[in-house]
Design a protein around this ligand. Structure first.
Ligand code: DLL
Length: 437
C-alpha cells in the first residue's frame, strides 16, 4: 500500500472519544428532531420517549426506526427542522416510482458535507496534484455536487463533466490530463469500452491514477476490471441522499472496507426481519443516524443495504469503523428454490467466467409459486456465437458454476458483444417481472 494520507484528526480518535462525541451529538439530534419536527415529536412520544431519556449510547435502541415512507409521508419539507430561509441547498433521490425523497442542507450542513468528502477523496489517494473528472449527473442527484465540493476543498482541479456524452468524456480526459475518475462503476466500464472504440488505449493514452466509484454496488471482480481497463487504482465509496449523499464512508488505499465518519454518523447493523441489533462482524441491514445534520435530522434510518461492521484499527492508521462491501439490498434479495441470493453474488460468478464481459441482465419471473431467473450474459468474442459447441460449453460452465457455488438453477442466454443496455448513471441489471405474471 502506498502512503495513505489522513485528512482529519477525527479519523483517528480513540474508541472512547468516538463514543463520547456520539452520545452528546445523538442527544442534540434527538432534541432537535423532537423540538423542531412535529412528525418526530409525535413518533417519539408514541414510543414513550423524551429527549432526556437518551442517557447512554446504548439507549439508541429505544428510538424508533425511520424508513423511506416517512419521507414520502412528509413530502416535500415536512421533516425539515429549520425554516426555509436557512436551507441553502436541496437535493432529491432519483426515486423511480412516486414522489422523490427531498433533502435540504443549511450552511453548516454544507460545510460538514465538504469536510467529509475531503476525507474520502484523500483516503482514496487524491491530492491537490490531481485533476478530477466528475462523471456523475449534476442535478438533484447528490453524487456530482457532493464529490465536486469536497474535491475542491482538497485542492484538486475539478472538471464538472456530468454523465453521458461518452466520447466527449474521453476527449476531455485526454486533453485535460484527467488523473481521477468519479462515476458509477458500471459507467466507468462502459467509458473504457467507448475509449477503445475511439482507438484510445485508456491505459497508455490517458493519465488516470485514481478511480472513486460509488452510487451502486460492485464486486471485487468488477474492481479488477476497472483497474485493468483504465490502469488506475479503484476505490469505492458509499452514501445515501436521505443521510447526506456521498461522504458517509469510503475505502482507503488498504481496501479493507469503507471507513465510516463516526463523528457524524452512528452505524448499527440489525436483523432485517426482527429489527434487533447484531454484534460487530455479523451481516445484516445497515441503520444510520446522522448526528450533526441541522436541516434534516434523521433518526435510525433503515438503509436496506446489507453489510457488516468491523472495528479493528486499519493498516492505514484510521480507527473509524469500516463497513464491508454492500452485498445487496434487503428488498433486492431473491429467493430461488428456497435459496437466498443477491444479484451481486450472481454477478461475481458471471464476471469471473472466461469469455464473458461485465455486462449482464437478470430477469426474475414466477413459475407457479417459485421465483425463477433468466440471465442474459454478453460475450466478449462474437465468434463464439458461430460455434454451437463452444456456445453450449460456455453456457453449461456458467450454469454449472451458478449451481455449485450458489445452489441455484438459472437459464443462461449468451448474447452478442455490445447488445445489452449500457448505463450512464446507476445500472439497472435486474428486471423483476414477478408482478406482471
Ligand atoms: O447514491 C449517494 C452516492 C453518490 C454515494 C455517489 C456514492 C457516490 P442515493 O441516490 O440516495 O444516493 O442512493 C443510495 O445507493 O442505499 C445503496 O443502495 C446504493 N449505493 C450507494 N453507494 C453504494 C456502494 C447515492 N458503494 C443507495 N455500494 C444506497 C453499493 C451503493 N451500493
Amino acid at each position: 500500500m502506498s502512503e495513505c494520507k489522513i485528512w482529519s484528526e477525527n479519523e483517528i480518535l480513540k474508541r472512547e472519544q468516538y463514543r463520547e462525541i456520539q452520545l452528546s451529538r445523538l442527544q442534540e439530534t434527538v432534541t432537535r428532531a423532537y423540538e423542531h419536527v412535529p412528525y418526530y415529536k409525535e413518533k417519539l412520544k408514541k414510543a414513550g420517549l423524551e429527549p432526556g431519556d437518551i442517557k447512554t449510547l446504548e439507549d439508541i435502541e429505544k428510538i424508533p426506526f425511520t424508513v423511506k415512507d416517512d419521507f414520502r409521508a412528509n413530502y416535500p419539507f415536512g421533516l425539515f427542522a429549520v425554516p426555509k430561509n436557512q436551507v441553502v441547498r436541496y437535493h432529491a433521490s432519483s426515486g423511480t416510482t412516486g414522489k422523490p425523497t427531498v433533502v435540504g442542507y443549511t450552511k453548516n450542513d454544507m460545510d460538514t458535507w465538504r469536510e467529509l468528502i475531503a476525507r474520502i477523496v484523500t483516503m482514496a489517494g487524491v491530492t491537490n496534484q490531481d485533476t478530477a473528472q466528475v462523471s456523475f449527473g449534476y442535478g438533484l442527484f447528490t453524487g456530482a455536487f457532493g464529490l465536486h465540493q469536497g474535491l475542491e476543498t482538497v485542492g484538486a482541479g475539478v472538471i464538472p463533466m456530468s454523465s453521458g456524452n461518452t466520447q466527449k468524456q474521453i476527449m476531455i480526459m485526454k486533453d485535460f490530463g484527467t488523473t481521477t475518475l468519479i462515476s458509477t462503476p458500471s459507467y466507468a466500464l462502459h467509458m473504457a469500452e467507448v475509449a477503445r472504440e475511439m482507438g484510445i488505449d485508456p491505459k497508455k493514452d490517458l493519465s488516470l491514477k485514481w478511480g472513486l466509484f460509488g452510487g451502486e454496488g460492485s464486486t471485487e471482480a468488477m474492481r479488477r476490471q476497472l483497474n485493468e481497463n483504465w490502469g488506475l487504482f479503484a476505490t469505492e465509496n458509499y452514501g445515501m441522499s436521505e443521510l447526506m449523499g456521498p461522504g458517509i464512508s469510503g475505502e482507503c488505499l488498504a481496501l479493507k472496507g469503507m471507513h465510516i465518519a463516526e463523528d457524524h454518523f452512528i452505524p448499527e447493523i440489525i436483523d432485517p426481519a426482527t429489527g434487533k441489533i447484531l454484534p460487530p462482524g455479523e451481516v445484516g441491514e445497515l441503520v444510520i443516524t446522522p448526528i450533526t445534520k441541522e436541516a434534516l435530522p434523521v433518526l435510525r434510518y433503515r438503509t436496506k443495504d446489507i453489510t457488516s461492521l468491523h472495528y479493528e484499527t486499519c493498516e492505514c492508521g484510521r480507527t473509524s469503523v469500516r463497513m464491508s462491501k454492500i452485498q445487496g439490498r434487503s428488498d433486492d434479495m431473491l429467493i430461488l428454490g428456497g435459496v437466498n441470493v443477491f444479484p451481486s453474488q450472481i454477478e461475481e460468478i458471471l464476471i469471473n467466467s472466461e469469455g464473458i464481459g461485465p455486462h449482464y441482465q437478470i430477469r426474475v419471473y414466477k413459475k407457479g409459486y417459485l421465483d425463477k431467473i433468466e440471465v442474459d450474459v454478453e460475450l466478449i468474442d462474437a465468434n463464439v456465437l458461430d460455434s454451437f459447441q463452444q456456445l453450449e460449453n460456455l453456457t453449461n460452465t456458467i450454469k454449472g458454476r451458478l449451481r455449485t457455488v450458489l445452489g441455484i438453477d438459472a437459464k443462461v442466454i449468451l448474447v452478442e458483444p455490445r447488445s445489452l443496455a449500457r448505463f450512464e448513471g446507476k445500472a439497472k441489471r435486474v428486471i423483476d417481472l414477478r408482478e406482471e405474471k
